[in-house]
Design a binder for this molecule. Structure first.
Ligand SMILES: NC(=O)c1ccc[n+]([C@@H]2O[C@H](COP(=O)([O-])OP(=O)(O)OC[C@H]3O[C@@H](n4cnc5c(N)ncnc54)[C@H](O)[C@@H]3O)[C@@H](O)[C@H]2O)c1
Length: 260
């Protein structure tokens, strides 16, 4: 469980909290005393997240709709109080070889994973910066840092989230808001099924999927250490260094593993 077990007085927004890591974080934070607002498009998922949890409110919001996001953020802040934390977990992950991957699907991935993230940033962060406090958590992915076959548009959307967050952090470095960019390896959540239903890169079978709680705990550790990058998963951080200095080595391994 996270190092900060008392979250009384905190008001946290979690996008994509109708499933996976967002759901886990939402339930953890409520148990620790926070008021948590969850945005998701999946009503059934929202209801499951909220079941039996005190302090958790759910909002059916599509994060690609900026007007809807702004209205929901204004409403939640008037009901629960000013936001003290935002966890950007909403995403989709259909895979495909770029030239064979449906055009509309590729645009949808960018619209949700990156466009939706821009919307949440602009609807929530100005208030936290003005108040001089808060935690802003971006879920990117190791896929945004380490290229693999078939993940093209998903990886590009996550690379965009990572770069945008890094610049956001430095533009607001003295604001009092803490930023982290979360780049885990494969995590055991329902998201994986979306890739499995399309095409599954053999590279992703190289280790056991991470427990979602491990990622949530790593975020807390990085926040408390005043750092920025969360590299959950054995070899993730080392992989990013190899990628930077010897990109050919990574690609050699990818080609060998995928068999072309
Ligand atoms: N699971 C992994 O292996 C893994 C690895 C690295 C990074 N990540 C990232 O971590 C984050 C959380 O992933 P997860 O594995 O918990 O996923 P998940 O699929 O379990 O949950 C994602 C949630 O986002 C919601 N969502 C999708 N489109 C939306 C929209 N337009 N508006 C609002 N909500 C929407 C979905 O309904 C779903 O409930 C994602 O950003 C993902 O890219 C996941």
């Amino acid at each position: 469980m996270s190092a900060s077990s008392d979250r009384k007085g905190q008001v946290i927004l979690i996008t994509g909290g109708g499933s996976g890591m967002g759901r886990l974080a939402a339930r953890n934070f409520c148990q620790q005393g926070a008021l948590v607002a969850v945005f998701d498009v999946n009503e059934e998922g929202l209801a499951e997240t909220a079941q039996g949890v005190e302090g958790l409110s759910t909002w059916k919001v599509d994060i690609t709709d900026f007007a809807a996001v702004q209205a929901a953020v204004a409403e939640l802040e008037s009901k629960l109080g000013p936001l003290t934390g935002v966890y950007n977990a909403a995403a989709i992950m259909p895979f495909g070889k770029i030239l064979e991957h449906n055009n509309a699907v590729q645009h949808k991935v960018m619209d949700i994973n990156f466009g939706g993230f821009i919307n949440i940033t602009q609807a929530t962060l100005p208030g936290m910066v003005a108040r001089g406090r808060g935690d802003f958590i971006s879920f990117a992915s190791s896929a945004g840092l380490l290229p693999i076959m078939y993940a093209g548009v998903y990886a590009a959307s996550k690379a965009a989230v990572a770069m945008y967050t890094e610049i956001l952090y430095h533009e607001n470095i003295n604001s009092g808001v803490r930023f982290v960019c979360v780049c885990p390896a494969v995590v055991k959540t329902p998201l994986l099924q979306q890739a499995k239903d399309t095409v599954w890169p053999k590279m992703l079978d190289q280790g056991a999927p991470l427990d979602p709680q491990e990622v949530i705990d790593d975020i807390e550790t990085v926040l408390n250490n005043g750092k920025f990058w969360v590299y959950s998963g054995k070899g993730t951080e080392t992989g990013t260094r190899i990628r930077r200095f010897f990109p050919g080595l990574i690609w050699k391994q990818v080609h060998k593993t995928e068999g072309f």
